[in-house]
Design a protein around this ligand. Structure first.
Ligand SMILES: [Zn+2]
Length: 473
């Protein structure tokens, strides 16, 4: 599999360093507010990468995504709301996990909260002071950027270039404008922890280094996040980690592109903005996923209601095939398909190969979705002409769509409801309705159909008998 590595600026062949377990860290949310639609992108994209690796590459993935639960924004929000930072963090951490659940995101292997690892952060800062990479000034601790001579390697900028644009704020006591905060002295009323430099709290850049090393060791296989984090956040993570260990901090750096809204930068102040939960109130989670995966993760993504409506239509084409074929073949036998059916099944391999090639090419979900659409189109063409036992071959197409959709979080069976007893009861109702119509008891037959509609179940009379589908709510 090839992945584009921001560090080397090229697509490189990826393999986990030990050949079997991918150690992956994705910068997580700062829980001071609900997630907005831009925050969803890394969650969906890198979650898909993880699931693809687990399902189709045969690797285990340890997936760590932090929760930043102490930070300037949280403090400001708590002061505004007249409550504690812990209360704000608890509220929005719950909201975050609720959102992952609604979106069908597999939860990270570990979701460490920054405040559970303060001791580790103090230790890291101490080690950096001892080795000359950091210094204390009046209760604050700064990283000495000029002591780390590879600074700028991720963002591709030189220290001189960076320095020319940097200024030291009046409140700061830095040696150099590029030096960044590792530890911040607490102001009155702020959350604080005891440290060798007095009461204070860790900086954000330190948090991710400590949390990733705690769960994944000195060298990560993949470190990922939005491309707005390349500088300074990820550059500063590299400086601390590599100054400390002398080893490569992350072998691959993956960055997703930013989201625009109706062609413009997303901004709360202008109202050109949407929370993730608002979108999920208007569109099905599958539609939201389809939309995010229908553009390559490194490109900018433009959010609009019409783009989501298109994603909905595209997804419906696929779901319709699945539900109709499953409804038609429910309870059908398993005799061998004839020549045409066998040939159709054999033709499916090519779709899977093309899907794998797309996903292996820097997670090209755009092409992967196009392949699934083509597979569905081929299945629909086959369906239009196939008869008898040949139609059973459609099961293989549906199974393949589900299999390929799995890492994308798309086209999976909903819940466990449509199994066993439900199937049998539905067959009984369909049989009864057919009998009533035969006996010209149309009012009663219609009543069965209407009551089912009210329950969200649609009956469709086709050339191959009556099928039922559950309306997606
Ligand atoms: Zn981070």
């Amino acid at each position: 599999m090839k992945l584009y590595n921001t560090l080397t600026r090229e697509k490189q062949e990826f393999e986990p360093q030990d050949g079997k377990t991918v150690r992956m860290y994705v910068c997580g949310p700062t829980v001071y507010d609900h997630l907005h639609i831009g925050n969803l992108r890394p969650i969906l994209v890198f979650g898909t990468l993880r699931q693809y690796m687990e399902r189709f590459k045969g690797w285990d993935v340890i997936y760590v995504q932090n929760i930043t639960d102490v930070d300037d924004k949280l403090i400001a929000r708590a002061q505004e709301a007249g409550t504690s930072v812990a209360a704000i963090a608890a509220e929005y951490t719950d909201a975050y996990f609720g959102l992952l659940d609604r979106l069908g995101v597999v939860p990270p292997t570990h979701s460490p909260r920054a405040t559970d690892h303060i001791a580790g952060m103090i230790k890291l800062v101490q080690q950096l002071i001892e080795t000359g990479y950091a210094y204390e000034q009046g209760g604050d601790v700064y990283f000495r950027v000029r002591a780390f001579n590879e600074y700028g390697k991720l963002s591709g900028r030189s220290v001189d270039e960076l320095r020319s644009g940097a200024r030291i704020a009046a409140s700061e006591k830095k040696e150099d404008p590029l030096d960044f905060t590792l530890w911040k002295a607490a102001k009155p009323g702020e959350p604080k922890w005891d440290s060798p430099w007095g009461e204070g709290r860790p900086g954000w850049h330190t948090e991710c280094v400590v949390l990733s090393r705690h769960y994944l060791g000195d060298t990560l296989d993949i470190h990922a996040g939005g491309n707005d984090l390349i500088f300074p956040h990820h550059e500063n993570e590299i400086a601390q980690a590599e100054a400390l260990t002398g080893k490569t901090f992350a072998r691959f750096w993956l960055h997703n592109g930013m989201l625009t809204v109706n062609g413009e930068k997303m901004a709360k102040s202008t109202g050109n903005f949407a929370y993730a939960y608002e979108v999920l109130g208007r569109f099905d989670p599958e539609t939201v996923r389809y939309f995010y995966l229908s553009r390559h993760y490194r490109k900018p993504l433009d959010y609009s209601e019409s783009a989501l409506a298109e994603a909905e239509k595209a997804g419906d084409r696929i779901r319709t095939l699945i539900s109709e074929v499953e409804a038609e073949l429910r309870g059908a036998g398993d005799e061998a398909p004839g020549h045409a059916g066998t040939a159709f099944i054999a033709s499916l391999t090519a779709f899977k190969d093309r899907y794998l090639a797309a996903m292996d090419d820097d997670l090209n979900t755009v092409d992967a979705l196009a392949v699934i659409q083509e597979l569905v189109a081929a299945a629909n063409r086959f369906r239009a002409t196939a008869t008898g036992a040949d139609r059973l071959a459609l099961r293989a197409a549906v199974n393949l769509v589900r299999d390929l959709g799995k890492p994308l979080g798309l086209f999976q069976p909903r819940g466990a409801a449509s199994t066993g007893l439900t199937d049998e009861l539905m067959e009984l109702l369909i049989e009864l309705r057919a009998k009533l119509r035969e006996d010209k008891e149309f009012a009663l037959a219609d009543r069965i159909r209407d009551r089912l509609t009210e329950l969200g179940i649609a009956l469709k009379d086709t050339a191959h008998g009556t099928i039922w589908t559950r309306e997606e709510s």
